[in-house]
Design a protein around this ligand. Structure first.
Ligand code: HAM
Length: 444
C-alpha cells in the first residue's frame, strides 16, 4: 500500500467539515474587516525565502523543501505566506495604488521539513493577513484583535495574546549588545543551536524550546529596558488600543519569533489546552517594516499574522463544544423500480437547483436499506416515490423525526420543503390546496 508522506494528513469525515467551517468563518470575518483575498504560488524562487525570512532562521536553514526544476531554477515550496505576498505586492506595483494600506488575507498550504508531532506537520495549512502601507500602531492592535476575534467567532474562548516589542533598529542594537554581554560567560551552558545563534542571531536564543526552563535565559535582560523613547511610546500606544479593543493580552519579553523580518510589535495567540504543548500556539505575527524594501520595493510599513488551521481544528475538537456544522441533508429520495428511479433523478436535480441538500440511492439498496441510509445521512425528510402514486402525479413526503407524512402533488414538493424546513418541522396544514393526504405513521 502506498501511504501518505510523513508529516502530512488526510482531511476527511468530521475533520473535513470542521475545516470547511473554519475556512467559511475566516472568509466571513475577513469580509467584515474589508480584507481582500489573495492567492500566491505554492512554490517561489528559493532566493525569496533566503532574503525574506532570513539565512539564519531554522525555517530557512533546516526546514525548506527545495528543488531544482527542469529549467534548472532553484525553487522552494513556501514555508509561510508573508514573503510571497510581499513579492506579489512589489511585482504588481500595488504600492502605486491610492488605496493604501493594502489589506489582504490568504488561506493555503505551507511546507516545513520539521519533526512531525501533534500539531506540527510538514504540510501545514495557514490562514493569514498582511497589511502593507501603514505604520499606524492602531493597526497592530486591530490585527491582533482580529486574530483573537476569529477564534472567538469559531467558538474558541480563553485565548490569550502574548505580546512583545523588538523596537526600532537602535533599540535592537542596544539590546543585542546587552544580551550578548550577559550571555557570553554562560554560552557553553546552552544547547548547540543556541551556541550557533549567539553570533548570528542572539535574540533567537530567548525562545529556544530546549533551554526554555534554563535559569540563564529566565534571568536574561529584557528587551523592554532597552527601547528608545520613540519605540517605547509606540508600544504603549499599541497596548492602549489593545485595552480599548478589550483584547486579553500579557506582555511577554521572551517572544522574539522565528523569522528575521520583524521589528516593533511581535505577538502570539496562546490557547491553554492540557496536553497540547507547543501546539497551544495557535498563531503569531507582528510588524515587518523593512521587508518590502529588502526585497526590492519602496520603504513600506507592514503588519500581519498567520495561524495554523491544523491547530485550530485540534483546539476546536478539544473544546467539545457543539459546532454549527450542518451534518444532515434536507431530503432523501427513496424508490424501488427503474421508472421511479427516473423520477428520483429528475426530482433530485429540481430540488438541488432550488437550493435543497438532497441525496438518493446509487447502490441498488432494498427499500428497507434505503430508510437506514437516510437515517445514516441524518435526512430531515424522506421523499417516497411509488409508481401508482406517480401516475396520479403524487409523492409522499415524510418528516423523518416526527414521522408525520403527507401525500402531495409532485410539482409542489419544492414549496412543501421550503415551508417545512424554514418553520422547523411545523406539521403541514391540511387545508393547503396542494395537500392531498396527511397522516402520522409509526417509524420504519
Ligand atoms: P509562524 O509563527 O511561523 O509565522 O506560523 C504561524 C502559525 O502557523 C503558528 O503559530 C502555528 O499555529 C502554525 N504553524 C507553524 N508551523 C507549523 C507546523 N509545522 N505545523 C502546524 N502548524 C504550524 C508565520 O508563518 C508568519 N508568516 C506570520 C506572519 C504573517 N507574520 C507577519 N505576517
Amino acid at each position: 500500500m502506498i501511504t501518505k508522506p510523513k508529516g502530512t494528513i488526510d482531511i476527511i469525515g468530521t475533520d473535513a467539515k470542521i475545516w470547511k467551517y473554519i475556512e467559511e468563518v475566516i472568509d466571513s470575518v475577513m469580509d467584515k474587516y474589508n480584507y481582500s483575498y489573495i492567492r500566491t504560488p505554492i512554490f517561489e524562487a528559493t532566493e525569496l525565502f533566503h532574503r525574506g525570512i532570513g539565512d539564519t532562521t531554522d525555517i530557512v536553514t533546516k526546514e525548506t523543501y527545495d528543488f531544482v526544476d527542469r529549467g534548472k531554477r532553484n525553487m522552494t515550496l513556501r514555508p509561510e505566506g508573508t514573503a510571497g505576498v510581499v513579492r506579489s505586492y512589489i511585482e504588481n506595483k500595488l504600492y502605486g495604488s491610492a488605496n493604501l494600506p493594502v489589506k489582504v488575507y490568504y488561506q493555503g498550504t505551507m511546507y516545513r521539513y520539521e519533526r512531525p508531532q501533534s500539531g506540527r506537520n510538514r504540510e501545514l495549512t495557514q490562514y493569514g493577513v498582511e497589511v502593507l502601507g501603514s505604520d499606524d500602531p492602531y493597526l497592530d492592535a486591530e490585527v491582533i484583535s482580529l486574530a483573537l476575534n476569529i477564534n472567538k467567532m469559531l467558538g474558541l474562548k480563553g485565548n490569550v495574546v502574548h505580546i512583545n516589542t523588538l523596537g526600532d533598529k537602535t533599540s535592537r542594537e542596544q539590546y543585542r549588545q546587552a544580551l550578548t554581554t550577559y550571555l557570553k560567560p554562560h554560552i557553553h551552558e546552552l544547547c548547540d543551536d543556541c551556541q550557533q545563534r549567539f553570533d548570528k542571531n542572539p535574540l533567537r536564543i530567548l525562545d529556544c524550546k530546549e533551554d526554555a526552563d534554563n535559569p540563564i535565559l529566565k534571568e536574561a535582560p529584557s528587551m523592554l529596558d532597552y527601547l528608545t523613547e520613540e519605540s517605547k511610546k509606540r508600544f504603549d500606544t499599541v497596548c492602549e488600543y489593545l485595552d480599548l479593543l478589550q483584547v486579553d493580552y500579557v506582555i511577554d519579553p521572551k517572544i522574539v519569533r522565528g523569522l528575521d523580518y520583524y521589528n516593533h510589535t511581535v505577538f502570539e495567540v496562546h490557547a491553554d489546552i492540557p496536553g497540547f504543548g507547543n501546539a497551544n500556539v495557535l498563531g503569531g505575527g507582528g510588524r515587518y517594516d523593512g521587508l518590502v524594501e529588502q526585497l526590492g520595493g519602496p520603504a513600506t510599513s507592514c503588519v500581519g499574522f498567520a495561524a495554523g488551521i491544523d491547530r485550530l481544528v485540534m483546539a476546536l475538537k478539544a473544546t467539545n463544544e457543539k459546532l454549527p456544522i450542518d451534518t444532515g441533508i434536507d431530503a432523501f429520495i427513496l424508490y424501488v423500480n427503474e421508472d421511479e428511479k427516473k423520477y428520483a433523478a429528475f426530482l433530485s436535480q429540481e430540488l438541488r437547483m432550488a437550493g435543497f441538500k438532497i441525496d438518493t440511492d446509487y447502490c441498488h439498496r432494498s427499500l428497507k436499506a434505503q430508510f437506514k441510509q437516510a437515517d445514516r445521512l441524518e435526512s430531515r425528510y424522506l421523499i417516497l416515490l411509488n409508481s401508482d402514486d406517480l401516475q396520479e402525479g403524487l409523492v409522499t413526503i415524510k418528516n423523518n423525526q416526527t414521522k408525520v407524512e403527507d401525500k402531495i402533488m409532485f410539482e409542489y414538493v419544492i414549496y412543501y420543503l421550503e415551508e417545512h424546513l424554514s418553520v422547523e418541522d411545523t406539521p403541514f396544514d391540511e387545508t393547503d390546496d396542494y395537500c392531498c393526504h396527511h397522516e402520522e405513521t409509526e417509524g420504519e
